[in-house]
Ligand binder design. Structure first.
Ligand SMILES: [Zn+2]
Length: 110
């Protein structure tokens, strides 16, 4: 819920900077490791946005996959189903290099 609040705060700040009347759409990029449940997130966002200029805005949530990097052969790959195994050398010493991001991509205003 606090994530939804901070996304909303950033969106409103950005809209106010552009002297927008209303936010119609909010595009958010969230890594899979954030464990965001889209329906729940959309629900909280809508709730928090009520009575703000983002009220009724459409929230578009783009979930990015987990990316791993093999420490043995430097291969980077998408981690499927939390299997941290290198597809190239079968190494298991994997560093997570993607999937934790969370950011407001952009907003649409009117
Ligand atoms: Zn490898």
């Amino acid at each position: 819920m606090s994530i939804a609040q901070s996304i909303l705060d950033i969106a409103i700040a950005a809209a106010e900077k552009e002297s927008a009347q209303r936010i119609t759409r909010v595009n958010v990029v969230a890594g899979q490791l954030r464990g965001i449940v889209p329906l729940q997130f959309t629900f909280y966002f809508g709730l928090l946005a009520e009575n703000t200029i983002a009220g009724g805005a459409y929230l578009n949530l783009e979930i990015t996959p987990i990316r791993g990097r093999c420490r043995q052969c430097e291969e980077t790959f998408t981690v499927e189903e939390y299997r941290y195994i290198c597809p190239k050398c079968q190494g298991e010493d994997i560093q997570t290099v993607g999937g934790t991001e969370l950011r407001l991509k952009d907003i649409e205003v009117e």
